[in-house]
Design a protein around this ligand. Structure first.
Ligand code: SF4
Length: 349
């Protein structure tokens, strides 16, 4: 069971992930013996409050997307709980449900995919793409379906007349708007946005982020935002959780994490965020992390980050630091979080 939880007010928590693990077996030989496991997610615990945006960040391969897929139950987690609070207050462990029992929750938890080019079926027009969940789940057809799709497209900044066009006729930003309209079709409560703006140009990215914020306000949506770009995360998140090799290493309110990071890995990620004013870059150079990201099938002993950490001490290679609250909901997994003075991001102007 998890050592700690970030849930400050349980009635306000929409989703609570407790000690989630997703270990993929490595098979070898003619009879496909299991010779090891890739610990893609290795004991992750966090909570998402209703109406907030929590971002999961970290380098590629850190387990953030796998965590999102476990919540969506695209994967069956190895162990752990995914506690989801229904509108009537009942709490259900999604990790324990079978495929049939999960069906009602698939309406309430939807996803926006990373790549607006490959996530839309090129043989379906926009009416079919956005309308499919409505047809399958609510039995809508004909004029009623077209009317609902028209409303969804307008809400996402697209013209209703476009519904008979095919994906190839749209730009990347417009395709992502179609993906968002599809995700919203069934009035979800939680939206997992997996690198939803990473494939877009910077200017289009800002438009889509604004749209997501407007929709959140309008529909009281809760977002789990998965990204590697910390500048995007800063703009949209209420809180940010940093992952490294399948584990959460830091979680805090956005401003607190950016100004006052307490984990050396977060400090390194923040040092790579582009500065808004070149004159401010003199305040600090980027931190170059030595070595590669640890292999999740053979993680190092103790703190997984210790081979790359510039503050490492003897204890770090022997004892695994637990994620603990250092005050005001700032969670850190580092033995020396209180002693280290780390550099945050340069203040925005
Ligand atoms: Fe670095 Fe040690 Fe903290 Fe790990 S526990 S982040 S190695 S100082």
């Amino acid at each position: 069971m998890a050592e700690t939880t970030q849930a400050t007010n349980h009635n306000n928590v929409l989703l609570e992930v407790n000690d989630l693990k997703m270990h993929f077996p490595i098979r070898k030989g003619f009879v496909r013996h299991v010779v090891g496991h890739i610990r893609a997610v290795d004991g992750v615990t966090f909570a998402i409050k209703s109406g907030e945006t929590l971002s999961l960040v970290g380098e590629s391969g850190c387990g953030k997307t796998t965590t999102g897929r476990c919540i969506l139950r695209a994967y069956d987690p190895t162990t752990g709980q995914i506690l989801y609070r229904r509108p009537d207050g009942e709490v259900v462990d999604l990790a324990a449900l079978d495929r049939n029992a999960l069906k009602p929750y698939r309406r309430e938890i939807r996803t926006i995919f990373q790549d607006p080019y490959s996530s839309l079926n090129p043989r379906m027009n926009v009416l079919d793409i956005v309308g499919e969940p409505l047809r399958v789940n609510e039995g809508l057809t004909g004029r009623a379906l077209e009317d609902r799709v028209a409303v969804l497209l307008r809400q996402c900044g697209l013209r209703a007349e476009y519904m008979h066009r095919y994906p190839h006729a749209f730009s990347g930003g417009e395709r992502q708007r179609i993906g968002i309209a599809r995700a919203l079709a069934l009035n979800p409560r939680l939206v997992v946005c997996d690198e939803g703006v990473s494939a877009l140009d910077v200017s289009v990215r800002a438009q889509i982020l604004n749209l997501l914020q407007d929709l959140q306000e309008q529909y009281k949506l809760t977002y789990l935002f998965i990204a590697h770009d910390l500048s995007v995360v800063e703009y949209i998140s209420d809180r940010v959780a940093v992952m490294y090799v399948g584990k959460l290493v830091e979680l805090a309110e956005t401003e607190e994490l950016y100004v006052n990071p307490k984990h050396p890995y977060t400090e390194a990620l923040l040092s790579a965020v582009p500065k808004p004013d070149p004159r401010l870059s003199s305040r600090g150079q980027g931190i170059i992390l030595e070595g590669d990201v640890a292999d999740p099938s053979h993680p190092p002993s103790g703190c997984y980050f210790h081979p790359r950490c510039r503050y490492t001490q003897e204890r770090c290679s022997q004892e695994t630091p637990a994620l603990r609250d250092t005050g005001a909901g700032h969670f850190v997994a580092c033995h020396y979080a209180e002693q280290l003075t780390l550099r945050g991001a340069v203040a925005r102007i």
